[in-house]
Design a protein around this ligand. Structure first.
Ligand code: GLN
Ligand code: ZN
Length: 727
């Protein structure tokens, strides 16, 4: 049985990718040197594929993002050199960024508005031919036309088809020049309308008439109109059998055409636990009843995994359960061999599923088992809580606050590194953090904010920080994943029952609170976001993991109460992103997601609970937000103002809200005029008494200068507005 693989990480074992590109930005290396470095990295990737699997793509490497590359290939953007190219990624007129399906990868969103007519698509960059020239190995690959257009923005309603068909001509040209191509079409797993599915069929018939050229990959979920794909001129179809459970049902129902290869995505591309070889073989045997030509591959791009587990300093029992990208390739080889030889012992030995009690915490299990429905409900209504909280907090009209983090200056990062490397003692590091907190409290006093934060100087990453403090979660040294461009993060591994053995954040928060009369917000990352940005165990339902996390946060909040903290913020930036791709699966997800949040936010009614979300399309989830137990929500709004407001108008949302009054993802300082306009527009939708004034996200990535000026403007505007609205 043949093996396929795709999406192998591009970062390099020592993050050479990041270093080279950032060196180029700093002008430390030339364009030529950068290209040389990136092409070498690509060659290493290709050699790894070549060592383990029979078929793999060429041309996956990009200098930033493959959606952008595709946009340049088809003539939507011009880029003569790498300076032009990076201008599109991070210059003044950079493309907007958004999450790629339900992953934590952000792609650059091509914008196709009326200034670009369908006829303007044309083959402008022959990337694939160049790729072929560089490498004799691998099949050229590209994001498919439907996915490219579906994930672009700005297309006038009703014009999609026109653009798609014109785009098809460009793809035809590309494909005519090649013997074979891999096209990635993950958008085919979305819930598409009948018009869209018929467009997909037409467009593929338009781009080729030959049946042995195109291998089509789908992933992240199942394809609802699978049988329709059978009519298309395709050589092979890749389907996800890990996260697309319905694919198997559909194959049983519709069979599989004899003239095509079924590439069964059988090893997980989105999680790190070793494949259960025996179970995989069962699926393959089942599939083989319907598909004469069967091959195996990863089930989703391997770019969602770190490169290799080799060299990680983890408990042997955990290490033995893991498979990162390179280990996935080894698994494919193993599965193919066992399948051929019909021998199972090797597979059983590999998976070694014998139960051990590593990571088991019976106390935690007992607590989860004993949870009752009422444990997820607030004992007191929002109206009553609100009354109590207003008495205690005594805040002015339009309270001002920030989202939590303040600029992580090079000095802060350096101290953390020094501490990690043992260059400075724990005491020294902690007293440095306290100094930073003290300065920040003074700063907030000076500019006159109403609700303070401690600044999050002690945190690298809002998930990793908690992962390091909780039992049952491990963190890696080198398990980097790209989140966008050259930016990486290391998802923690939730391998066991999650427990809190001691307070995680109370020291810093109460230190800050003791410095001021103003309320300081306790700052926590919510259970859903911790799950979304980690690799989560699969041996118990994810809802259970979420409740375990919820309980840990609840305990932390109890300690806040003891320390006289009056406001707590539970961040859930990934709340929307984690939702399944198909809306029909939303109910199940939101059920546990909302409950986990509500478990975390159980507290005395006097404690004001805030939550923060960013980059969410709120219209779609407003009903779910309404079921969450918080008193105040702060959200990102500066990029889609009008839209968000209309959704709130049409819902019965009646709690307090802080709509971000400036976009912290841009270094632009908002003028008082701009802030006033944003607030006044929002006040048409929300009662004055329920409105908070704040930036739209944490200030971690901003500089001090611009943050200070922006906050000063924000406070000044608020003072003016109070005069206007109070009298
Ligand atoms: N409290 C976090 C911060 O301010 C929230 C970050 C986020 O929403 N992604 O950085
Ligand atoms: Zn945010």
């Amino acid at each position: 049985m043949e093996t396929y693989a795709y999406g192998f990480p591009r970062l390099g074992k020592d993050r050479e990718y990041k270093k080279a590109i950032e060196d180029f930005w700093k002008k430390k290396i030339t364009e030529k040197e950068l290209k040389e470095c990136i092409y070498n990295l690509d060659k290493e990737r290709v050699d790894i594929y070549d060592k383990y699997v029979d078929n793999f793509p060429a041309g996956e490497m990009t200098f930033y993002d493959n959606m952008l590359d595709t946009a340049i290939i088809v003539g939507l953007y011009k880029s003569e050199n790498l300076d032009d190219y990076f201008e599109l990624c991070r210059g003044k007129n950079a493309l907007e960024m958004t999450k790629w399906f339900n992953t934590n990868y952000h792609y650059l969103v091509p914008k196709i508005d009326e200034s670009f007519s369908p006829a303007q698509f044309n083959l402008s960059w022959d990337k694939l031919t160049q790729v072929k020239e560089r490498s004799k190995k691998g099949v050229p690959c590209l994001i498919g036309p439907f996915t490219f257009l579906k994930l672009s923005k700005g297309i006038e309603p009703g014009k999609f088809k026109e653009y798609l068909f014109s785009l098809a001509d460009v793809y035809k040209k590309i494909i005519d020049n090649l013997d074979e191509i891999y096209l990635d079409e993950p958008a085919l797993v979305m819930e598409l309308s009948p018009e869209e599915t018929s467009m997909v069929k037409e467009v593929y018939k338009k781009i080729t008439t030959q049946k042995d050229k195109i291998t089509l990959f789908t992933y992240y979920d199942s394809v609802d109109f699978l049988a329709d794909l059978y009519e298309l001129p395709l050589k092979a179809i890749g389907l996800d059998f890990v996260n697309g459970k319905e694919n198997l049902e559909n194959i049983k129902k519709y069979g599989f055409p004899e003239d095509k290869i079924l590439i069964a995505g059988i090893v997980d591309g989105r999680n790190v636990w070793k494949t259960d070889i025996k179970a995989s073989l069962e699926i393959l045997k089942e599939l083989n009843k319907y598909a004469k030509n069967l091959a195996v591959s990863n089930a989703a791009p391997l770019s969602h995994l770190p490169i290799t587990k080799k060299g990680e300093n983890l408990d042997e029992r955990l290490l033995g359960k893991l498979a990162f990208a390179q280990e996935r390739l080894e698994e494919l080889q193993l599965i193919s061999r066992i399948y051929k030889n019909g021998e199972n012992k090797e597979g059983e030995e590999y998976s070694n599923n014998s139960a051990d009690d590593f990571g088991v915490n019976n106390d935690v299990r007992e607590k989860i088992k004993n949870l009752k429905e009422e444990d997820f409900l607030k004992k007191m209504s929002y109206e009553e809580r609100d009354k109590k909280q207003r008495e205690i907090l005594n805040l002015p009209l339009f309270p001002t606050t920030t989202i939590g983090s303040f600029p992580q200056t090079p000095e802060v990062r350096k101290k953390r590194m020094d501490f990690k490397r043992g260059k400075i003692s724990k005491e020294e590091y902690q007293s440095f953090i306290k100094e930073e907190i003290t300065n920040l409290i003074k700063f907030q006093e000076k500019i006159g904010l109403d609700v303070f934060v401690h600044g999050e100087f002690e945190r690298t990453d809002m998930v990793e920080f908690f992962a390091q403090k909780l039992e049952g979660i491990a963190t890696t040294d080198n398990g980097w994943i790209i989140s966008y461009g050259t930016r990486g993060y290391r998802p923690p591994l939730i391998y066991g029952d999650v427990a809190r053995s001691k307070p995680m954040t109370v020291d810093e928060i109460s230190f800050a609170q003791n410095l001021t009369e103003k309320p300081v917000k306790g700052m926590l990352t919510g259970p859903v976001t911790i799950i979304a940005w980690s690799f989560v165990r699969k041996d118990i339902p994810v809802s259970q993991v979420a409740y375990q996390l919820g309980l840990c946060l609840q305990e932390e909040i109890k300690d806040y109460e003891k320390a006289n903290i009056k406001i707590v913020q539970i961040d859930e930036p990934a709340f929307r992103e984690k939702a399944p791709i198909k809306k029909r699966n939303w109910k199940q997800y939101f059920q546990w997601a909302v409950k986990a949040f509500n478990l975390a936010s159980q507290s005395k009614p006097e404690l004001q609970i805030h939550t923060h979300m960013c980059y969410s399309e709120f219209g779609e989830i407003i009903e779910q937000i309404n079921q969450m137990n918080f008193d105040v929500i702060t959200i990102e709004a500066s990029r889609s103002k009008g839209n968000i407001l209309s959704h709130f108008e049409n819902s019965d949302f009646n709690r307090q809200i802080g709509l971000g009054v400036w976009d912290i993802h841009s270094p632009q300082i908002p003028t008082p005029g701009e802030i006033t306009a944003t607030v006044k527009r929002a006040l048409k939708t929300f009662p004055n008494d329920n409105f908070w004034i704040n930036p739209d996200c944490g200030l971690k990535t901003r500089g001090w200068d611009e943050s200070a000026k922006s906050l000063e403007n924000m406070v000044e505007v608020t003072r003016e507005l109070r005069k206007e609205f109070v009298s």
